[in-house]
Design a protein around this ligand. Structure first.
Ligand SMILES: *Cc1c(COP(=O)(O)O)cnc(C)c1O
Length: 435
């Protein structure tokens, strides 16, 4: 191709007309395009589009995976992260009674204690950080006993043996991959005397082994003279779900919960804020006051502490659990506990506004809690189905809609979509019908 490259400025001006990017970034793309081998305008537009698409932006999660790891886990609106009105300072580290310096974590620690029965709690950036801090504060230079069946990789590079190594503690493998008994821990402790600082339990969140398997109960290993730290991962606060009317839902069956794990003898429990709590990304360390105090006093604490906005959001989430309004006020819990009838009604209303030529129809499906919580558990759901694979076109919309493909059918699951976004689902389906 002999096309002569345009000037960077000319090309940038042409391309900038259709872009919301700052002009300096469009110029950057134009400069790269001019250096390419032809199709300068198309190349520049692709580069500009690439940057626009790489910006973190709101999307409609129609995958049916409620806590989608690629889509930011628990959905939370801006209202969770700040206060309405003027941009004001906050009392983040200020004691309003004394008029002196306060702790940014006092209120959330009180709320976690109330909701889980823990004596005290401390918050860090995520659960991986929580496990790292607990091991560094309680076991550096000493041994940590872990069942071979729980020496797992959670995903995103979180591998128990490697986290242990980073904390400065030494891993002691106990039992076998499929069977570990309390007597295995007893023998390991007897052999190593005072060297074993803690027993670490890890909930295998993202898989389960079936068949000839066994792990000892917490009650059996919490009286061996060594503190038990339990990483439950998903962060169900209380297995009785006092914030839900009626019995706990079926999909939570068997999920470990902070209150019960502490009551059964764990000294410390760690979990994520953005999995089953439905809150912001953070990690929570809760349990015995003296052990929590050691975590708080460890030098890593300053590096792992969460920001003010995270604590404001977490505070809102914990207040909603305490007020038993989680199922209306926390988006994840609202989605997870919506009745099948209400989802069906929403799907019918959507279909009523969509061009019949599209052939969209309603299917019963199953949604997933997601984020590696409750492995294997499903929540009955309703999806709008359209023949053909339209996932790429739905992703290209100005508010991208992330759908699921099943064979040659595109499914938009209503359970992971906020009711307020139903009109966007209508628009997205109609955009498929018009071309
Ligand atoms: C998810 C999970 C983690 C990691 O938590 P993050 O908050 O993502 O850092 C650690 N342990 C278990 C058991 C988990 O399920």
């Amino acid at each position: 191709m002999n096309e002569r490259p345009p000037s960077v400025d000319t090309l940038a001006r042409v391309v900038a007309v259709d872009s919301t990017l700052p002009f300096a970034l469009v110029v950057r793309c134009a400069r790269l395009a001019v250096a390419s081998s032809g199709n300068y305008e198309a190349v520049a537009r692709d580069l500009v589009r690439g940057i626009e698409r790489s910006l973190v932006q709101p999307v409609v999660n129609a995958t049916g995976v409620l806590l989608h790891t690629n889509l930011g886990r628990a959905p939370l609106g801006a209202e969770f992260f700040g206060f309405e009105g003027v941009a004001r300072a906050t009392s983040l580290e200020f004691d309003l009674s004394e008029g002196s310096r306060g702790s940014r974590q006092t209120a959330v620690a009180t709320l976690v204690a109330e909701l889980t029965g823990a004596e005290d709690a401390v918050i860090v950036n995520n659960n991986a950080a929580a496990v790292l801090l607990v091991l560094a504060a309680l076991a550096a230079g000493r041994d940590v006993a872990v069942s071979r069946g729980e020496s797992v990789e959670i995903g995103g590079g979180f591998r128990i043996p490697e986290v242990l190594e980073q904390s400065g503690a030494r891993l002691v493998d106990v039992g076998t991959t499929n069977k570990t008994r309390a007597s295995d821990f007893e023998r390991a402790i007897a052999k190593r005397g005072n060297d074993i600082a803690v027993i670490l339990r890890v909930h295998p969140s993202n898989f389960h082994i079936e068949g000839f398997t066994q792990q000892p109960g917490l009650d059996e290993i919490s009286n061996l003279g060594v503190s038990v730290v339990s990483d439950i991962g998903s962060g169900l606060l209380d297995a009785r779900c006092p914030w839900i009317e009626g019995p706990p839902p079926q999909w939570l069956h068997g999920e470990p919960a902070a209150r019960q794990v502490l009551a059964d003898g764990a000294s410390i429990v760690t979990f994520s804020g953005d999995k089953l709590m439905g809150g912001p990304q953070c990690g929570i360390i809760a349990g015995r006051a003296d052990l929590v105090a050691k975590c708080r006093a460890h030098p890593l604490m300053r590096a792992l502490r969460p920001g003010g906005q995270t604590l404001i959001a977490l505070q809102r989430i914990l207040l909603a659990f305490a007020a038993k309004t989680a199922c209306t006020d926390i988006p994840f819990w609202l989605m997870a506990t919506s009745s099948l009838d209400s989802l069906r009604l929403r799907a019918e209303n959507v279909l009523g506004s969509v061009a019949p030529s599209l052939g969209a129809h309603i299917l019963e499906t199953v949604a997933l809690p997601g984020a590696g919580s409750t492995p294997g558990a499903t929540i009955p759901s309703v999806a709008i189905a359209v023949n053909g694979d339209h996932t790429a076109r739905l992703r290209a919309l100005s508010v991208p809609v992330i759908a699921r493909r099943d064979g040659n059918t595109t499914l938009l699951d209503m359970r992971s979509v906020a009711t307020a976004d139903d009109s966007l689902i209508v628009d997205s389906l109609n955009s498929l019908a018009t071309t």
